[in-house]
Design a protein around this ligand. Structure first.
Ligand code: HEC
Ligand code: HEC
Ligand code: HEC
Ligand code: HEC
Length: 213
């Protein structure tokens, strides 16, 4: 199929499952995920979305993934843990697994669709790795029970505003869990900010959406 037609088809098909008008947030072309125009030629399809999504034959092995065109990571992660934590993050779930499918550094970037090999990996700079001890915890349930036992260190996600329109729970969590997408939009952040953050600037505004101090 002609590349342009395929891209248009993908966009049209994905548009059907867009859940909210702000789903696309910023402009992916202007981000480091604008793969069609950047990077060492590893994406030689000339398409923007196909690196992560496909309209057909998608690999929906990760629960909740949407027309995903990549394999799930098989890495065994070391989740964040500290004695001060009230929640207990386990292996990454949902959207965080999708991100880590590139950002853990175990799966070559050009391994999308039918490709089974490749030799371009995420750079050392963007590599979160499989040891998540030095990263903000992800994939733990963040609900009113957690905010209650946190002794007011966390806001109640069922009532506190996300500042994006709804509550923290509605806008930032997935199945009541905090994920990479609680802070980042893979298609580009607010006002096309750096780091594709949902809020800008990152600190302290982003942190204080959920934390009370
Ligand atoms: C770097 C990978 C990546 C690229 C490239 C990418 N997406 Fe996504 N997309 C994601 C991830 C990850 C999710 C899941 C987000 C979530 O679950 O919160 C997603 C979800 C979506 C959704 C579901 C609604 C939503 O926003 O949650 C739509 C629609 C979508 N993408 C469209 C597109 C289109 C159209 C393109 C090309 C212009 C594109 N995406 C390019 C990673 C990508
Ligand atoms: C197709 C593989 C792929 C997927 C899937 C993917 N990324 Fe990336 N991401 C990259 C690459 C490649 C870069 C460029 C930097 C590098 O190579 O280290 C990047 C860069 C970034 C950056 C730096 C942006 C900047 O402007 O400084 C952030 C933040 C990021 N990704 C977050 C995410 C999150 C969150 C997800 C999941 C929702 C995700 N990525 C999914 C490949 C991916
Ligand atoms: C609590 C909010 C938050 C969560 C959750 C989060 N990030 Fe980030 N991330 C940030 C902020 C803020 C930055 C900006 C740089 C900084 O302050 O270190 C960033 C920077 C990055 C970068 C740029 C390179 C670097 O290492 O600094 C990448 C890549 C990235 N995040 C990927 C991810 C992935 C993948 C996940 C899920 C495993 C994730 N982030 C979860 C807030 C978050
Ligand atoms: C979407 C909500 C949310 C956002 C945004 C957020 N956090 Fe968190 N953060 C949490 C939750 C939930 C925990 C788990 C707390 C627990 O289990 O005790 C946590 C845990 C932490 C911890 C570990 C606490 C410990 O006891 O070890 C630190 C440190 C932290 N966050 C800092 C930040 C910073 C810095 C930012 C901004 C870059 C940020 N957070 C943004 C929700 C959030």
């Amino acid at each position: 199929m002609n590349v342009k037609i395929l891209e248009t088809a993908i966009i049209a098909f994905l548009a059907l499952i867009i859940s909210s008008p702000e789903a696309m947030g910023g402009q992916i072309e202007n981000t480091m995920h604008g793969f069609a125009i950047m990077y060492d030629g590893w994406n030689n399809t000339g398409e923007l979305c196909v690196v992560c999504h496909t309209p057909h034959h998608s690999k929906n092995t990760v629960s909740g993934s949407q027309l995903w065109n990549r394999d799930d990571t098989t890495a065994n992660f070391t989740p964040y843990s500290r004695h001060s934590m009230k929640s207990t993050p386990g292996q990454p779930t949902g959207p965080s697994r999708l991100c880590l499918g590139c950002h853990d550094g175990t799966i070559a970037l050009e391994r999308f669709g039918d490709a089974t090999s490749g030799n371009h990996y995420i750079s050392l700079w963007g590599r979160i790795g499989t040891n998540l001890m030095n990263d903000h915890p992800v994939s733990m349930v963040y609900d009113s029970t957690l905010s209650n036992i946190s002794g007011a260190r966390l806001r109640d996600p069922s009532t506190s505003p996300s500042t994006l329109g709804g509550t923290i729970g509605q806008d930032l969590l997935r199945n009541s869990r905090l994920e990479c997408t609680s802070c980042h939009n893979p298609h580009g952040g607010q006002n096309n900010n750096g780091y594709m953050l949902l809020k800008w600037p990152a600190d302290p505004q982003l942190c204080l959406v959920c934390h009370n101090k």
